[in-house]
Design a protein around this ligand. Sequence first.
Ligand code: ADP
Ligand code: MG
Length: 288
Amino acid sequence: SIPLGYFGGIGRAARDGILVKGSNFLDALSRAAIVAFDKTGTLTKGVFKVTKIETRNGFSEDEILRFAALAEAHSNHPIAKAIREAYGEEINEAEIKEYEEIAGHGVRAKIDGVEVMVGNDRLLHRFNIEHDTCRVKGTVAHVVINGKYAGYIIISDEIKDDAPLAVKELKRLGIKKVVMVTGDNRDVAEEIARQIGLDGFYAELLPEDKVKVIEELEKEKAPNEKIVFVGDGINDAPVLARADVGVAMGALGSDAAIETADVVIMDDKPSKLPRGIRIARKTQRIVW
Ligand code: ADP
Ligand code: MG
């Protein structure tokens, strides 16, 4: 039987917009020792804006933006949305052929017979395209037109207002390690980790690499301690399922993530995690 105190704890958390899907997860939250956050949509707002376009090999900004926007026409990734918004024109889908999205890399498509690729270093490496390795404060989407490097688009996201507070509170609660896992580049990850006050970060990860990081972190905890992963569910559903406690952002997150998660934060504020841990610990003291 479930001690009555748990219902009180689950109710208390729910009133704060933290949905805990069972007493076992409230119990696990109270034992949290390591916390891993996803970056995009979790620690950052997930609202990207194009801030700069750099051209190469004689291509123009307009060409890069148009080809990139068409190639990204079918993608749900926040990067794709930012590029389409910057382009601003109506997209004629009949022009797009052979569209392919490669998770953690980018997209490829044929636009009016022109081969276009948009994505990160890893994507270009995969197709042996020589390009700039840029150290910029922002996410970089390289653009390749007919096999030629055409330049890059810089897309910037913003840190959520309460992200630094969330980390501070977690440390105050004695959480041993607070880290970030991201598919984004090392420079962006490093800058965000510094600004938020994280203990560390893992960058340039593919969705399956994020699961491996959780497995590595497991070796650093005592048997009764728990690992919490917080994500928005875009490319991180496997990690949500793998962690002891998978926490999903409910407002921005995907339906699949809300389904898979053990805990849902309704207003997407990372500071709700320390709040939930506090409630869980208090409940534990009442129950036992
Ligand atoms: P995260 O949520 O941690 O940023 P993702 O797995 O969603 O990680 O994406 C990882 C990286 O893959 C992105 O930072 C980007 O460089 C590249 N990428 C993924 N999808 C696209 C896309 N549609 N267009 C351009 N780049 C993409
Ligand atoms: Mg993500």
